[in-house]
Design a protein around this ligand. Structure first.
Ligand code: COA
Length: 156
């Protein structure tokens, strides 16, 4: 840990929070997921999301996931730059994994850009392992970039 250990408050949110999730996503990623895109995702079968807040109920991060038909997927996770390395993504990921387990998912999957070493460190520290690679998957600044597929078993 480089920052203070923070236990954020986690709030389950739904499609009425699509605008907030879109704004948080925009502060964490280069690509934009519009409010409409977020709303569509949140209305899709099995989708769920959480927002982490810290002091004064300020949003600090989010996770968007899905659990359906025995499998879970992390669709997106992000922490605002000024709150990074305080454990917030770990809290969000743990909660998302717990919900997937409660919904009887046997495994959790995610995709991560091959160059995103920081996110991969988070996922490996939480028990995810690489199970696949998708060439030319994400649009990048220097042409398309590969994605890694990672998986973690869930104890049901
Ligand atoms: C990746 C991201 C979500 C991590 O959020 P965070 O709240 O800072 O992560 P945490 O503080 O919970 O860190 C948990 C673990 O992840 C790893 N980690 C996080 N940041 C790291 C860094 N800069 N360097 C190396 N490892 C790191 C460490 O294992 C860390 O545990 P430790 O602090 O005990 O060593 C955040 O950097 C982010 O939002 N990045 C931009 C969006 C993104 O890439 N999302 C993932 C897309 S797949």
């Amino acid at each position: 840990m480089t920052g203070p250990i923070v236990q954020p408050r986690l709030h389950s949110v739904g499609d009425t929070h699509a605008e907030l999730l879109s704004a948080l996503h925009a502060r964490c990623f280069d690509d934009i997921w519009s409010t409409a895109t977020m709303r569509d995702l949140l209305q899709s079968p099995g989708a769920y999301a959480m927002v982490a807040t810290v002091v004064h109920d300020q949003p600090a991060g989010f996770v968007l996931a899905r659990a359906i038909a025995g499998e879970g997927e992390i669709l997106s996770v992000g922490c605002l730059p000024k709150h990074r390395r305080c454990g917030i993504a770990r809290w969000l990921m743990s909660a998302a994994l717990g919900i997937a387990g409660d919904r009887h998912a046997k495994a959790m999957f995610l995709e991560v850009a091959e160059r995103n070493i920081v996110a991969q460190a988070l996922y490996v520290s939480m028990g995810f392992a690489i199970v696949g690679r998708r060439q030319n998957y994400y649009p990048g600044q220097n042409g398309r970039e590969a994605a890694l597929v990672m998986k973690r078993a869930l104890t049901v």
